[in-house]
Write a protein that binds this ligand. Structure first.
Ligand code: 6PG
Length: 241
């Protein structure tokens, strides 16, 4: 994998400010060109300050369409819910029409049924024909210390799903819903937000590794990706970091 497009920031605050500007630029461009902005949110901790900072943004919220790149299989009210975090930090505080916010619903006893339901949500929104993949304007991603991204965990079946938009991921024995690798790679723009020294090893494997990409699944993301790292994550990974 060629060295991706990487920007390094001194700390989370600086990374968050740059990410806010980047997201709003992507929104402005998409709305100008296509009348809407389709963005998939990442979960975890890193993006929360970005979501909080977007509350004050001046942007045509009525043109935003929110999706999620993955979800833990818990109710919206559960503290682990990615959608719950984004609603509390941001979406409850801006006037995006509720019909344009699409959390991954996790009420089905069978996660596969929930995955199929979300697949239909995307197919309907983008008016997809059989076998077609949509190009979301922006997909936000994080990366775990093990190199997972979204809920694509090392050596799991989800990594090999190539004919679906949404599949069931697994973190140990915990089911998750996740965008598939091809869906992510079809995005117009991917933005990774990665912070913390505990990500250095995975970053080295993702940027320079030549072994089995299923060991560090973020290596499978070969689409149009930009990486925002803080100094702690970049230390010792990039020559001039
Ligand atoms: C999730 C996320 C996951 C996250 C990484 C990094 O549901 O947990 O989607 O892929 O982005 O685990 O998480 P941090 O940002 O908390 O390090």
């Amino acid at each position: 994998m060629p060295i991706p497009n990487v920007r390094v920031f001194p700390d989370l605050a600086a990374l968050t400010a740059a990410a806010k500007q980047f997201v709003l630029e992507q929104a402005t461009g998409a709305i100008a060109q296509r009348g809407q902005f389709t963005v998939a949110l990442a979960g975890g901790n890193t993006p929360k300050p970005l979501y909080e900072s977007l509350v004050s943004a001046a942007t045509p919220w009525s043109r935003w369409h929110i999706f999620w790149g993955d979800e833990r299989y818990v109710p919206l009210e559960h503290p682990d819910s990615n959608a719950g975090m984004a609603f509390q930090a941001w979406l409850n505080h801006v006037p995006i029409p509720k019909s344009q916010i699409h959390p991954m619903l996790t009420e089905d006893a069978d996660p596969q049924k929930a995955a199929d339901r979300y697949e239909q949500t995307l197919r309907q929104h983008f008016g997809l024909g059989k076998g077609e993949f949509p190009s979301l304007d922006l997909i936000l991603l994080g990366m775990g210390p093990d190199g997972h991204t979204a809920s694509l965990f090392p050596h799991t079946a989800a990594l090999t799903v190539g004919d679906r938009l949404i599949t069931v991921g697994n973190k140990e024995s915990h089911p998750r819903l996740t965008f598939t690798v091809p869906l992510i790679n079809h995005a117009r723009q991917i933005l990774f937000l990665v912070t913390g020294a505990n990500k250095q090893t995975a970053l080295r494997h993702v940027f320079y590794g030549t072994g089995d990409p299923h060991l560090y699944p973020a290596r499978l993301i070969t689409g149009n990706a930009l990486w925002f790292l803080d100094q702690a994550a970049a230390e010792g990974v990039l020559e001039n970091a």
